[in-house]
Ligand binder design. Structure first.
Ligand code: COA
Length: 388
């Protein structure tokens, strides 16, 4: 298997982007990444793009072809494929690009992720997101995503004594990080009091425990590592790639507080990288709700099961903690344009490893991890990255 590196990154501002079309968003992220890598269109072997539900959000399917067209490459007939795995669509698109280079089939691949979620109203956005849940056993009965994660949170509180305050502290931390990120949807810090007293969405989750509804796109240029030097001296190697799946509905899980898809994907990625969770310096994890970050740091092996809340109390995961988590602001504050999220997480990891994260730059970070989840945990994809 060949080694693979990231040689270019691009991202749009995240938020309610009324003045930009779906097509413009992906063209902006893709062209930034292509310019960053310094590649020419004729050097691109293949393209993969993650989008969860463009048909319902903006009435546009067939987005593989749209992306090649929007990038101005339709006359070159470059293969371009859309990948879907709910909120993990972006991470899965990266993995497909990664595998195609690792296999020897391609040398340079453009990966994109995008979603434009605000063109529909709030109720439609909630119903569209619920298509990632089990229709027969969950969504049909009115279950929404906040409700699914609320069940996980309630169980976690019952089993491990996790508190509403610990959940709120995740939001406070991620808003503090997002305030330092020029691409974030919410560039404002929040207080613990505000988070604790926010309107309840699904108990125990309040408004500020939830990721928002977001428009945005992100892109990466992947290259065979032995050819990366031709383009850049700041390539970032992908040293591990893992994916896992689980039952679509929560009730099919061994334990709803553990995302076994994460546990499986992490095991595979750590093994491939030849490291353990102790070697990770920082991580972007899928905090679609605050409880999801607490479960993630446990399932990735950063802390023991049940001790995620305590890790928040002990400030382990803050920017100056021993294991910073979601330096970008995470899905909570940076925003969560579902198909773009997995790609955007890797943009952040690349910026940190290149030393380009400005006000949120970590000192001496060598190995970063990106953790992207689909639905309530039926899909998980993890990438581990290291500066070359
Ligand atoms: N975090 C912080 N602020 C938020 C927010 C969030 N998640 N969602 C909305 N806001 C703010 C808005 O900016 C607005 O502020 P303003 O009055 O100062 O302009 C205010 O709250 C009301 O916004 P509105 O859009 O009317 O909120 P809403 O009630 O329609 O939606 C949620 C709030 C939480 C229901 C919505 O963000 C949501 O559904 N989030 C979950 C998304 C999801 O499930 N993703 C998939 C995860 S797997």
């Amino acid at each position: 298997m060949r080694e693979v590196a990231v040689i270019g990154i691009g991202i749009t501002k995240f938020g309610e982007l009324w003045d930009k079309s779906f097509r413009q968003l992906i063209a902006e992220a893709g062209s930034k990444a292509i310019l960053d890598a310094g590649i020419e269109g004729k050097e691109i072997d293949e393209m993969y793009v993650g989008s969860m539900s463009s048909g319902r959000f903006v009435g546009q399917e067939h987005v593989g072809a749209l992306v090649a067209d929007a990038a101005g490459f339709s006359h070159m007939h470059i293969p371009s494929t859309r990948v879907e795995g709910a909120c993990a669509s972006g991470g899965l698109a990266v993995r497909q690009g990664y595998l195609s280079i690792a296999s020897g089939m391609n040398d340079i691949v453009v990966v994109g992720g995008m979603e434009k979620m605000n063109d529909v109203g709030g109720n439609d956005a909630t119903a569209t997101l619920a298509t990632a849940a089990d229709q027969e056993w969950e969504a049909f009965f009115g279950t929404t995503f906040p409700a699914l994660y609320a069940m996980i949170a309630t169980r976690h509180m019952h089993e491990y004594g996790t508190t509403k305050e610990q959940l709120a502290q995740v939001a406070v931390k991620n808003h503090a990080n997002g305030a330092k990120n020029p691409y974030a949807q919410y560039r404002r810090e929040i207080t613990l009091e505000l988070a604790m007293n926010a309107t309840t969405v699904a108990y125990p989750l309040g408004l500020l425990d939830c990721s928002p509804v977001t428009d945005g796109a992100a892109s990466l240029i992947l290259c065979a590592a032995d050819k990366a030097k031709k383009y850049t001296d700041k390539a970032i190697k992908i040293i591990g790639s893992g994916q896992g799946s689980d039952s679509l509905a929560l009730h099919g899980r061994r334990d709803i507080c553990t995302l076994d898809a994460t546990v499986h994907a992490a095991k595979t990625a750590y093994k491939q990288a030849g490291i353990t969770s102790k070697d990770i310096d920082f991580a972007e994890v899928h905090d679609c709700f605050t409880i999801a970050e607490i479960c993630a740091i446990e399932d990735l092996g950063f802390v023991k099961k049940g001790e995620g809340g305590k890790a928040i109390d002990n400030k382990i995961t803050t920017l100056d903690g021993s294991l910073p988590v979601n330096t970008s602001g995470g899905l909570k504050s940076k925003g969560h344009p579902v198909g773009a999220t997995g790609v955007a997480q890797m943009v952040e990891v690349t910026q940190q490893l290149r030393g380009e994260a400005e006000a949120r730059q970590l000192k001496d970070a060598k190995i970063g991890l990106a953790h992207n989840v689909g639905g309530s945990g039926a899909t998980c994809v993890i990438h581990i990255m290291e500066a070359m």
